[in-house]
Ligand binder design. Structure first.
Ligand SMILES: [Zn+2]
Length: 173
């Protein structure tokens, strides 16, 4: 979020020099600086044997499946957000959570924190926020995610992490 007006009192913000950040929007009434803040979002590739969990959310991509994702709550640890979102959107418990790095969606002011995890327990159960949720063979995952560029990068990392040579050969030659 880039602030133009003070979110507390509504005054138009001024610019004030901060030591190492340069010019930062500043409210003289509240004596507060409002740094640009991206929204943290988690993305997780959940693995079960040779399958990966993919969702269909028609409001994000009409013709593409995506990895499970969600926003980190206020005061919530990122790892806890991953477990919570997986439970809410798919009804599953996961284990062996591993951070795979970050990515950005600059147009939406989102910073994506990407993970992989293994299925632990639970019955797959679709939430009302989702149009479909299903296990997809890793061999078909990249094609089914044709529009989800960030998701595909995560899946390629998973393939490398798990050293699935046969899939690597098919997808990279
Ligand atoms: Zn103010």
């Amino acid at each position: 979020m880039k602030f133009i007006y003070c979110p507390i009192c509504g005054t138009k913000l001024q610019s004030r020099d901060s030591w190492d950040e340069g010019a930062v929007p500043y409210c003289p009434n509240d004596d507060t600086m409002f740094f640009d803040t991206p929204k943290p979002c988690i993305v997780v590739a959940i693995i079960k044997e040779r399958d990966i969990l993919l969702l269909k959310q028609n409001y994000t991509y009409e013709n593409s499946k995506v990895l499970l994702s969600g926003y980190v709550g206020h005061g919530e640890k990122v790892e806890d957000a991953v477990h919570r979102e997986v439970k809410e959107e798919a009804g599953l418990n996961i284990k062996d959570l591993k951070y795979l790095g970050s990515d950005c969606l600059e147009s939406k002011e989102i910073v994506m924190l990407t993970f992989m995890a293994h299925y632990e327990s639970g019955e797959l159960k679709k939430s009302s926020e989702v149009d479909d949720v299903a296990w997809v063979s890793i061999k078909n995952a990249l094609e089914e995610m044709n529009e989800d560029e960030i998701g595909k990068r995560v899946v390629r990392k998973v393939i490398r992490e798990l050293d699935w040579q046969d899939v690597m050969e098919e997808k990279y030659e």
